[in-house]
Design a protein around this ligand. Structure first.
Ligand code: GLU
Length: 504
């Protein structure tokens, strides 16, 4: 297969917010397509009307856009194989269902839901499972057991029917998966799946195969949960006489404990999102975007959950991922999701950004708090606090004292540091600070430290108290940098306010 013909698709069903496992599937498809100079298609599989959730389709597209996963052909983009939403392709599937019936590989079934339920329950009570397939189909109400006239009659009077695939009896089917290797399944273990319903809607299996064929998909890269459907899909390709695409089933994303599939509940319990964006409908859910993750960091983290570059490199730009990505390096076993590692990635990207970039991102937050510093002041502030966090939204917490004087003082620090001598010490410090010329961080530091060592006071005591008065707590970057930045007047005011509040 030449590179030019590589066409892959991400084919989500709009049944709710897109799980990060789904974003990873989209990402691997995208990386694979770009690596080979191929095409990445987004197809919306919305034939299951009962599970359709409004807003989910836009959510999927917005999520990919945020993550920087660019769709070449899709609902929004259009393309030579439009439409890309299955409900808009409804007319297409009917004739393929007919074709299978005509070939004898599918049949009409008229069994009522109640009858099927009854059979299921009856089997269950015996500890068995009811399968509509080679051992049962000849006892059921379908076009294999009814005569042709009766079938015609039922269809023409509008009786509800489904079209089922007629799985051959006791045949080994061989196929392969690029990640899992060769697989053999005996058809007797498979049931006769419903492909089409008389309401004019295909099921996932038929629509998926027909569209992958019509859209000339070369590689199907999807989650492991679709592996059980693969034998049926392989059979459908065979029945139609079409060349099947190459398949790759990606390993699951596992809970942080390593056991079982990562779920929303894990995220809720441990306080991390399992969705890319905030989900605003019904049971709302948090998203990586709103939690303050950079899309580049999010994508980098996801890329390494299931794929490895074969080197120690962990930080990859999208272009580097595209260059390095191959299916051969996708593992077979599930990847444990680690929320701390997600934070680690974001912190790395945060630290890699320039002070100017971070200041630009921080400015709207500062403005919202009611302050309008000039850009260069903000850049300076960033340079002082950058190392203390990995998230823009935590910057305010690290830097609020540059803008707001303390009104209260951490009681633990007060208890530990403020005593009968403190007022006098701070009044003397005030005089020293008032005389510093020019008022810069360096000169202030030099002057204050010289004053301390030349007198009776302990350096730690004085500096801890000074910090308490400037910040209200024992946190923050280099003390003299804080004073230098807020300036002499503000420094003196905070010392005065602190003395009067704490000594009263
Ligand atoms: N519509 C299926 C899903 O929701 C697509 C599976 C596939 O890629 O074939 O994931």
């Amino acid at each position: 297969m030449t590179d030019r013909r590589i066409r892959v698709r991400f084919a989500p069903s709009p049944t709710g917010p897109l799980h990060i496992g789904g974003v990873r599937t989209a990402l691997y498809n995208y990386l694979f397509a770009r690596h080979h100079g191929g095409t990445f298609i987004l197809r919306i599989e919305d034939t299951d009307q009962a599970r359709y959730v409004g807003g989910a389709e836009d959510y999927i597209m917005d999520s990919l856009e945020w993550a920087g996963i660019k769709v070449d052909e899709g609902v929004r983009e259009g393309g030579p194989f439009a439409p890309y939403r299955q409900s808009d392709r409804k007319e297409i599937y009917h004739r393929y269902a007919d074709e299978l019936i005509n070939r004898g590989d599918a049949y009409y079934a008229f069994d009522k839901a109640e009858e099927l339920d009854r059979l299921r329950q009856e089997h269950e009570s015996r500890g068995e499972t009811f399968n509509y397939g080679c051992t049962t189909r000849m006892n059921m109400c379908n076009s294999l057991t009814l005569d042709q006239e009766a079938v015609k009659q039922r269809i023409s009077t509008g009786e509800h029917y489904v079209v089922r695939y007629r799985m051959p009896d006791n045949e080994d089917i061989h196929f392969s998966d690029l990640i899992r290797g060769d697989i053999v399944v005996n058809t007797s273990t498979l049931d006769d799946k419903v492909l089409y319903k008389s309401d004019g809607m295909p099921t996932y299996h038929l629509a998926n195969i027909v569209d992958d064929h019509l859209m000339e998909i070369s590689h199907v890269i999807r989650g492991e949960e679709w592996l059980p459907s693969l034998p049926l899909h392989v059979m459908l390709y065979r029945s139609f006489g079409w060349e099947a695409p190459l398949f790759s089933h990606l390993p699951l994303l596992l809970k942080p404990t390593g056991k079982g599939k990562l779920s929303k509940r894990d995220g809720d319990k441990m306080g991390f999102p399992v969705f890319p964006l905030y989900w605003p409908y019904g049971e709302t859910a948090s998203g990586y975007r709103e939690e303050g993750y950079f899309p580049e960091a999010f994508v980098n983290m996801l890329a390494l959950l299931g794929w490895n570059p074969g080197t120690e490199q962990e930080i990859f730009t999208m272009d580097e991922l595209i260059a390095a990505f191959t299916i051969e390096r996708v593992g077979k076993s599930g990847s444990r999701f680690d929320p701390e590692k997600a934070k680690w990635f974001n912190t790395k990207y945060f630290q890699m950004k320039s002070n100017e970039e971070l200041a630009d991102l921080f400015m709207p937050i500062v403005k919202e708090k009611g302050f309008s510093p000039d850009a260069s002041t903000l850049v300076k502030i960033i340079s002082l606090v950058k190392e203390r966090t990995g998230f823009v939204k935590e910057l305010w917490h690290e830097a609020d004292f540059f803008f707001v004087a303390p009104e209260t003082y951490d009681p633990d620090v007060v208890r530990k540091r403020w005593n009968a001598d403190s007022s006098l010490q701070m009044r003397e410090l005030r005089e020293v600070v008032a005389g510093v010329q020019p008022f810069t961080s360096e000169i202030l530091e030099k002057t204050v430290k010289e004053w301390i060592v030349s007198g009776p006071y302990n350096t730690g005591t004085i500096l801890n108290l000074f910090r308490l008065l400037l910040v209200g707590a024992s946190r923050g970057p280099h003390l003299f940098d804080i004073a230098g930045l807020i300036g002499r007047e503000e420094t003196l005011r905070r010392i005065d306010d602190g003395i009067s509040r704490l000594s009263s």
